[in-house]
Write a protein that binds this ligand. Structure first.
Ligand SMILES: [Zn+2]
Length: 329
């Protein structure tokens, strides 16, 4: 190969700052994502609500989908993209909004019983950074907010719990991929979500991520809560048409990390599960060595994952609504 050809190849793979040539449809640029949220909300006769502002000044948007009928109802919550690079999770959240506009037994049953809140992008600055860099960069850069904080390590630990020095449990070192920030809820994004949850008292929540193909419930130690999460995870998986995700948890080994699901369960009395879309095997099948970090976390064709995980979410919410709150179990 001549030097000239080699230069051409380099040029073809170079990502210019400000351009984003490597991420395209069906993934959505930040502005396209916001337009899609607005359009889906309009179709559901729901208004997008601004629940806060990111470090860089982007709105944090929630869509409140009203319940049907006049009877008493609970509220449930779905959040996504707390990690900037995990774009498929945002598409699953948008898929849920789309699905809630359809009329079938599962949607009717859920909307008769609950108002559904969806926050499709909890980390718009990390999302935009991922876009601007064409999906390539260090994990810490693409995952964190604009203070370099891993937002899913920035929630308070339950009273008396402490963070163990385990991989992934959250780091006190700025620049690390799981840097937990100077104090719990010190970041505007986590503070906004906490305030929303405190005000709305959600009965159940799902936080969407990628990749792994697992369900990670809040860490619980009582037998009843452990069993309840077993039921909830099985309900989710049973509704998935192709690849059923399994619960990833241990009653004894799991560590406190400052993750959202633990805070929602122990701090806000809400059933809470983290959903990791896109299994490890599927991403390895897609690329043994991904061309950019983006394609490790996100499927080239997200449609089948969106479809089956949205069904899982509907089933999970319905199963959680059949339970009393965690404190009443
Ligand atoms: Zn994540």
């Amino acid at each position: 190969m001549t030097a000239g050809r080699s230069d051409d190849l380099d040029a073809a793979h170079r990502v210019e700052p400000g351009a984003a040539p490597t991420i395209g449809a069906p993934y959505l640029a930040p502005d396209e994502r916001d337009a899609r949220i607005e359009a889906l909300a309009g179709r559901l006769e729901a208004e997008p609500l601004r629940i806060g502002t990111s470090v860089d000044g982007a709105p944090l948007v929630a869509v409140r989908v009203p319940a049907r009928g006049d009877g008493p109802h609970e509220r449930v919550l779905c959040t996504a993209n707390i990690h900037g690079i995990e774009w498929v999770s945002g598409l699953v959240a948008l898929g849920l909004l789309e699905r809630l506009g359809r009329d079938d037994a599962a949607v009717e049953s859920l909307r008769r019983r609950a108002e559904v809140w969806v926050v499709p992008c909890l980390n718009p600055d990390g999302y935009r950074r991922t876009w601007e860099r064409g999906g390539d960069g260090r994990l810490a850069e693409l995952r964190a907010n604009s203070h370099g904080v891993d937002l899913n390590r920035n929630y308070p630990l339950p009273p008396g719990a402490r963070r163990l020095a385990l991989p992934g449990a959250g780091s006190n070192t700025p620049g690390d991929a799981t840097y937990c920030g100077v104090a719990p809820l010190c970041e505007p994004e986590t503070r906004a979500l906490h305030d929303l949850c405190a005000a709305q008292r959600f009965h159940a929540a799902a936080g969407l991520h990628s990749f792994m193909g697992t369900l990670i419930p809040a860490r619980v130690r009582t037998r009843d809560a452990w069993r309840a999460y077993g039921t909830l995870c099985r309900s989710f998986a049973a509704a998935q048409s192709a690849t059923r995700y399994r619960r990833l948890a241990s009653r004894w080994i799991d560590a406190w990390t400052g993750e959202q699901e633990d805070h929602l369960h122990h701090g806000l009395d809400c059933w809470a599960v983290c959903v990791e879309t896109f299994p490890v095997l599927a991403t390895l099948r897609q690329h043994l060595r991904a061309p950019t970090r983006f394609w490790r976390f996100n499927p080239r064709d997200p449609a089948p994952w969106i479809a089956q995980d949205v069904e899982g979410l509907l089933a999970y919410f319905l199963a959680a609504l059949a339970l009393p709150r965690p404190s009443a179990l």
